[in-house]
Design a binder for this molecule. Structure first.
Ligand code: SF4
Ligand code: SF4
Length: 501
């Protein structure tokens, strides 16, 4: 209907002088934006189908293409924005929940960008990481409350199961089904080479990936897809997913169209069935219930693996984390409101949850105040974009970070936020065989390894600059941070001073 017509958000611009009609863009676009018009003897574009994934722009051999933000606009209105009007028109036409993907693009404050890192000058000289040792190794899990020695004075190692990471970085949960086999394989191989871990997400573990078990976190979510004894014992840790930052408080939905072949086998559900994870775990309504699941999983894995409980960053997150620390969990993972996803109701993604920076600071403080900080490690995620974000997170109290969107960008994602369509032109969020093969796992692994290695070099530089020679010595060291452009309350929650103090 004409009244539902919305001018496209993005426009495809083709430079006619540069285009040689090679039709690469036509073959590369799963959204059928480009077409050769034999009558006109030239390429034409259907701009309305463009999701701005940049695939054609990158692969055009003559650089004849660009995609620009449309400047068409409704009459300017600070209250009734283009987005507000367009969303109403779409919903009035369909009666449906608006779906989108990845993290929120809203202009909420990014506190990482309002925090500055210290550096040594005259006293406490800086350390040159090229010439002096710099320790980035990190252990996750419960820490012993006291050092126990035998009668000869030797330390008796008596710790709960620990995860050992070469750097305080892990690949966050992304299920096989929401991302492709080749994307999963890239993550698994990179984790193995880097000495870190990747996470199965809630889709189970493909039998081909059992070989990467010591670098795998296996997830147990409310749908319990693909969960069985071998699965629980195949990984280095087990993660109970209570929530995720992109869609706190609601479940997950992988459409039946994506439940094909190995995905249906791995999830242990019939082909073509929608994989719907309920919003709550139907056996968890209290910390006591959570404790039962934590210990059931420990029992099933012979008490050899740390159990992680993952939650979304929401109001009262510090109190919730305190309860989780007392549930017997070894690690708490907190996912901030900028965290990504393969599909989420747009209004939930953009309006529910809180920033990870504030959640992390309040959780770390609460656990310290209650004297239980050593009972649990804290891992944070939800839009960790750089090595500097990691250094700031560790100084605010994190033991390690989860990255996912950054990892996908390394694999080729251009953040078009249309993963829910299943037509990812970069071979990541898709199960269409012709698209999946666009991502070469060896190439993907190498790019992930490069990214983490580059960030590790930068982390070492920043540590050395502060005169610190280990991640351990930075953890919770908020004196190394200063805020800029924040109000008193924000500084108070973050527990840092203003720049200049
Ligand atoms: S890829 Fe570039 S040169 Fe080839 S048809 Fe498309 S716009 Fe033209
Ligand atoms: S994974 Fe693919 S579909 Fe999803 S945002 Fe990235 S490029 Fe777009």
């Amino acid at each position: 209907m004409v009244r539902d017509y919305l001018y496209p958000d993005y426009e495809v611009i083709r430079n006619a002088d540069m285009c040689i009609a090679c039709r690469v863009c036509e073959r590369q676009c799963a959204n059928e934006v480009h077409k050769y018009d034999a009558d006109l003897k030239k390429m034409v574009s259907n701009t309305a189908s463009c999701v701005d994934c940049q695939r054609c722009v990158c692969l055009c051999p003559t650089h004849a293409l660009k995609v620009i933000k449309s400047d068409n606009t409704f009459k300017i209105n600070a209250n009734w924005t283009n987005e507000a009007i367009s969303d109403i028109i779409r919903q009035a036409g369909t009666g449906a929940v608006l779906l989108s993907a990845m993290g929120t693009p809203k202009e909420y404050p990014v506190y990482w960008d309002k925090i500055l890192i210290n550096a040594s000058q005259v006293t406490n000289p800086s350390i040159d990481p090229l010439r002096e040792p710099m320790e980035t190794k990190t252990y996750l899990g419960k820490k012993a409350a006291e050092i126990i020695r035998d009668k000869n004075g030797n330390i008796v190692p008596k710790t709960s199961p620990q995860l050992e990471l070469e750097v305080p970085i892990m690949f966050s949960a992304m299920s096989y089904g929401s991302i492709s086999y080749n994307a999963h394989k890239s993550l698994a191989m990179a984790a193995e080479e880097l000495g870190i871990l990747y996470n199965t997400g809630e889709g189970g573990l493909h039998e081909d990936f059992y070989q990467y078990g010591s670098n795998t976190i296996v997830q147990v979510a409310s749908g319990r897809f693909g969960v069985h004894e071998d699965y629980l014992n195949s990984g280095a840790a087990i993660e109970i997913k209570m929530g995720q930052g992109a869609k706190p408080g609601i479940g997950g939905h992988l459409p039946g169209a994506k439940i094909v072949g190995d995905i249906s086998k791995t999830r242990m559900i019939p082909e073509g069935t929608d994989a719907i994870s309920p919003a709550p775990h139907h056996d968890i309504y209290s910390i006591e219930d959570l404790r039962q699941l934590v210990f059931s999983l420990k029992e099933a894995s012979d008490y050899k693996k740390p159990v992680i409980v993952k939650i979304a960053a929401v109001h009262n997150v510090a109190a919730i984390a305190s309860g989780i620390a007392r549930s017997g969990a070894d690690i708490i993972a907190i996912d901030g409101y900028r965290g990504g996803t393969g599909a989420a109701p747009k209004k939930i993604r953009d309006n529910v949850g809180i920033p990870i920076e504030l959640a992390l600071a309040s959780v770390d403080q609460r656990l310290r105040d209650e004297g239980i900080r050593g009972d649990v490690s804290v891992v944070v995620g939800g839009s960790i974009r750089s090595s500097a974000d990691i250094v700031k997170a560790v100084a605010l109290g994190a033991d390690a970070v989860y990255i996912a969107t950054s990892a996908l960008i390394a694999l080729g994602c251009h953040l078009c936020r249309s993963c829910q369509s299943g037509k990812c032109n970069w071979g990541i969020a898709t199960q269409i065989p012709e698209l999946v093969k666009r991502l070469n796992p060896e190439d993907g692994k190498e790019r992930l390894v490069n990214l983490v290695n580059a960030w590790t070099h930068e982390i070492k530089e920043m540590l050395g600059g502060m005169g610190i020679n280990s991640i351990e010595a930075l953890r919770g060291n908020r004196l190394m941070l200063r805020g800029i452009g924040m109000n008193e309350k924000e500084l108070e929650i973050l527990g840092i001073k203003h720049a200049g103090e």
